[in-house]
Design a protein around this ligand. Structure first.
Ligand SMILES: [Zn+2]
Length: 55
């Protein structure tokens, strides 16, 4: 039983390491999508919140 827990822990660490490597290019892509005016993240091609007319 303890061996199983250790195995799962190691697998979890490996998965986290993989996600850490995959995250790096994604962070750069997110920075490129930041608004030039306020620096907020933009989702897709929709205009930033600061550029949208407030209702
Ligand atoms: Zn903005």
């Amino acid at each position: 039983m303890l061996f199983k827990i250790i195995t799962f822990f190691l697998i979890g660490m490996a998965v986290l390491a993989m996600f850490g490597k995959l995250r790096m290019p994604k962070v750069k892509a997110l920075n490129a999508r930041k608004c030039k005016k306020c620096g907020a993240f933009r989702i897709g091609k929709s205009p930033c919140v600061c550029e949208r007319p407030k209702t």
